[in-house]
Design a protein around this ligand. Structure first.
Ligand code: HEC
Length: 149
């Protein structure tokens, strides 16, 4: 019993410290980061086919394009609290209009990719619509996401 209570007292300050400095446990921060990670996976699948055309799988491409399009508005409502910066930059809040524009352009590119993919039969048809989506990720990250530490 004595050991257990010692462990408890030792663990408590550690939990508090972690919560205070990472912010990763905040539900909004994890929700938006999880959404972004899923996009990274989906883009990885589609980008992989672009780089290795003989692996092109239309159904798989369509599935991933649809996923990104259908979740393209998901993270933005999780950027309300400026105290929970996570891996974002201050610009998300100080340049809220710019952030919104980036999000809207991205949603449009994702919707166009999906429409294109659902009506396509070849990799050549979908590739031109994939690039604007990747550019959308990147151009938003330039200003609004902290560089990887
Ligand atoms: C409108 C802006 C915007 C767009 C568009 C956008 N992102 Fe992000 N992304 C962010 C911000 C801001 C963060 C930092 C979020 C945080 O840590 O709180 C981020 C974080 C990430 C992360 C890190 C997540 C983590 O675990 O910390 C990945 C991976 C990512 N984005 C991938 C993508 C991909 C792939 C796309 C395109 C399909 C994309 N993002 C589109 C703004 C954007």
């Amino acid at each position: 019993m004595k050991i257990k209570s010692l462990l408890l007292t030792a663990a408590l300050p550690l939990t508090l410290t972690l919560a205070a400095c990472s912010g990763g446990t905040n539900p909004d921060v994890s929700a938006r980061q999880d959404a972004m990670k899923d996009w990274k996976d989906a883009m990885g699948v589609m980008g992989g086919m672009a780089e290795a055309p003989d692996t092109f799988d239309l159904a798989k491409f369509q599935e991933n394009a649809q996923f990104v399009a259908e979740t393209a508005d998901k993270p933005w409502g999780h950027f309300t609290d400026q105290n929970e910066m996570g891996g974002a930059t201050e610009a998300v809040w100080t340049n809220a209009d710019g952030f919104k524009t980036q999000a809207e352009n991205f949603q449009q590119a994702a919707a166009e990719l999906n429409t294109t993919a659902q009506n396509a039969t070849t990799l050549e048809e979908v590739l031109p619509a994939l690039k604007p989506v990747g550019d959308g990720c990147q151009s938003c990250h330039e200003d609004f996401k902290q560089p990887k530490s």
